[in-house]
Design a protein around this ligand. Sequence first.
Ligand code: MLT
Ligand code: ZN
Length: 478
Amino acid sequence: MPERTAASVANSELHSALTSLVGDKGCLFDPEDTAAYCEDWRQIYHGQTPAVVRPASTAEVASVVRFCAERRIAIVPQGGNTGMMGGATPSAAGSEVVLSLSRMNKIREFDVVDLTMTVEAGVALKTAQDAATAENCMLPLSMGSEGTAQIGGVISTNAGGNNTVRYGNARELVLGLEVVLPDGCIWNGLRRLRKDNTGYCLRQLFVGAEGTLGIVTAAALKLVPRPHDIALAFCSLPSAQAALDLLVLCRRSHAASIQAFEYSDSGLPDLVCKHFPDTRLPVGHADHYALVELADAASDSGLRERLEDLLSQAMDCGIVLDAALAGSTAERAALWQMRENFSEAQKRESAIIKNDVSVPVSKTPEFIAQATEACARKFPDIRIMAYGHLGDGNIHFHLFPAVGAGNEEFMKLDHAIMDTVNEVVRRFDGSFSAEHGVGQLKAYMMEKWRGGVELDTMRQIKLALDPLGIMNPGKVLP
Ligand code: MLT
Ligand code: ZN
């Protein structure tokens, strides 16, 4: 733990030191200006800070970290502040400096032959995607928050999203990193190599570390050729098992083309229709749905016809009830918009207890059935909605208070509900955090559901890199 925190350094001293390091433009001290940086996107955590510092270069980040390390001041790195686990929110103690990467927003390099781009941490994911598209490439990381989420944040949480089934998590796309270490040293590991076996893979230590081991300031990312043929279908299904059967059927003939395979029970599409009344589902109401996308680089691969054939086969054997193919770019965008509105629709609905879990892909229907049974038995009044990236075995198993019931009473059940779900996750040797990270919300679970040699080793790594404990305290490790 930090021996000395910002609270014990006079604010005036802190403010003038930070201003001298990054200039007036790089500092926010007024509580009105810092408020937005002290609350997470879900508005669960309300922290305080004596300063938000916004360096514009790696050298400035390093100078701030060096200053904080000398004075034992804890730092909370922050990107687009779209995280789900409170990983970028300072504590209520008001002693931690928030370090926002948002002014580090340059695309440093682009190489169409190497299929790489080197970007600073504060570049919005969507900006990076658009830059790749403009060069006929694709940055294959996509999620609802992409307009606001920043590269440093998606790397630090090892974000997943809708294309993981084909291209992997953020981790798989990171070829190199530049990181400011907890003592203020800069590690320039921005190599753009596809192969590099020189000892331990340092960059992977920082991916998913949620800023607890250092601050990611730039990344060399792997791109893929931009797909020119894309086919997207929205299907209604008789069961979650049918979604798994459809995935297996798709894999049999189109394994290399599957770009997204999303499942949802009726809960979230219904919520989106309620909170975004312009939404139109292209098939009749059902209890289960899948969104299936195929993509190929060649423009003449006939994906639409291939997907139509596949779906009619699936209908013949009762796996699919009804299906609609996006007939235009606008229809495709509308379907994805509906999917991307899931998070916002939940936020508008009520309080939520989110379980972002993963199990082996083959076990997803069984997991949903058992977790539903366990929760419904213990908490009969709550509403359950299950959906997610079924192609990755990643289920968002979310619980809501009964319609009209109070949020506050419901939220008192959070640990009891999450423990009930995690008991089921354990039966399948699954994970309590698939793609959202651990942050502060799930830090207690590390002891309870992970523990042992794995947690001890993580603690040793933390101690080796951040012996003063100044990097994002209270996050990830309990
Ligand atoms: C999603 O896939 O929609 C998000 O990762 C889940 C969420 O908003 O909780
Ligand atoms: Zn998700």
